[in-house]
Design a protein around this ligand. Structure first.
Ligand code: DP6
Length: 351
């Protein structure tokens, strides 16, 4: 399979190249947690693509020995060098022409630097879009979105779900034709109209650095007592969730989405070493959401990443009511009352 992404077309090198792409973050509904080999997922996952939370990356390439520089708004960011270096090494056999270029990479995130929101998905997706754009220019072959997603996965697993489509499925799944462990596939066609402008308000409970890096976190699933059952459950949850997305069945959507979030955290609480990544405020928010849902019947639910922040998911028709809930009850649990209003988006774009 990987072999299909090795470049076979003739490349005509140019002295210099320049491009700029933006790619969004994404929020998983069925979670990717556990990996093997070179960034292959232990189970399939599906996410909504976000819109406002994005990374904008510009790359200038000049012919010469391979090297790169990486900056954020023009300022060097040495802490990113190892990750980008590893990325270029991993993609080298698929894009051999990169050996002939020096890359000057500059990035910018639309979300605050210290918001506790991982930028690896959006940044690896944006960089991979730039690489494929160059490849297309050097070969004359049209943009290959599957290869973009394939390269992004080699940078960060979840990044492969940030390229194309409002809902993206990654990982082999028997009930999904065309699904692959190697890249994400656009499943926007599944979405019932109720999901088309779904809202995601990210409640920033903890803006600090991640307590557990995702690499360490995924590793904890190796030898985890519940790993086998969890991976099987993800397959079943994906089958059920896909049907709910198609039918616009919000009750099932909520049941699966919240259960996936809690299972992710349960896996961390029951690994060795064990972690609790939720904060007391995370639990308070969850309780408020449940109470609000019971009282109003408004279909708002939560999901969590590998951290304390809460993603509040709801149909846009309930924006006003949920806005009141946030301002009256939930923002007191956020650091400096901060939250980010986002919604479902469509993927990476050239700027
Ligand atoms: C909890 O994609 O950040 O957000 O492949 O090691 O870069 P690496 O991991 P990463 O893991 C994301 C985990 C998650 C769930 C998800 O997005 O599916």
């Amino acid at each position: 399979m990987e072999e299909n992404f090795k470049l076979t077309n003739a490349v005509e090198l140019k002295e210099s190249l320049a491009t700029k792409w933006q790619a969004p973050s994404n929020i998983a509904l069925v979670k990717y947690w556990g990996k093997h080999g070179l960034q292959l997922p232990a189970n399939p996952s599906i996410s909504f693509t976000l819109d406002a939370c994005r990374t904008i990356t510009s790359v200038k390439a000049s012919q010469g020995k391979h090297s790169f520089s990486i900056s954020y708004d023009g300022e060097a960011i040495p802490e990113f060098v190892p990750k980008i270096e590893a990325y270029f090494k991993r993609i080298a056999s698929y894009c051999p022409w990169i050996a002939n270029y020096h890359f000057e990479i500059d990035t910018h995130n639309t979300f605050p630097h210290s918001s506790g929101i991982a930028s690896s998905a959006s940044s690896m997706a944006a960089l991979s879009a730039c690489v494929i754009d160059f490849e297309s220019e050097l070969t004359g072959v049209p943009l290959d979105y599957h290869k973009m997603s394939f390269l992004a996965r080699l940078g960060s697993g979840s990044a492969c779900r940030s390229l194309q489509g409002a809902a993206v499925l990654w990982g082999e799944h028997k009930d999904t034709e065309g699904s692959s462990n190697h890249y994400g596939i656009d499943k926007s066609e599944l979405l019932h109209p109720i999901f088309k402008d779904f809202q995601d308000t990210i409640l920033l409970v903890d803006k600090g650095e991640k307590v557990v890096s995702s690499t360490i976190g995924h590793d904890l699933m190796n030898g985890h007592a519940f790993a086998k059952a969890r991976f099987e459950q993800a397959h079943e949850n994906l089958t059920t969730l896909k049907k709910a997305l198609e039918k616009g069945d919000l009750e099932t959507f909520i049941k699966i989405t919240e259960s996936e979030a809690l299972t992710l955290h349960a896996m961390m609480m029951t690994s060795h070493p064990y972690f609790i990544l939720m904060k007391p405020q995370t639990l308070s928010i969850i309780e408020e959401i449940w109470a609000f849902r019971k009282e109003t019947q408004i279909p708002v639910c939560f999901t969590l990443d590998a951290g304390a922040n809460v993603h509040l998911l709801y149909p846009s028709e309930h924006k006003i009511a949920v806005g009141e809930l946030i301002n009256n009850k939930l923002d007191q649990y956020c650091q400096n009352s901060h939250y980010i209003c986002d919604q479902i988006g469509t993927g990476a774009k050239k700027c």
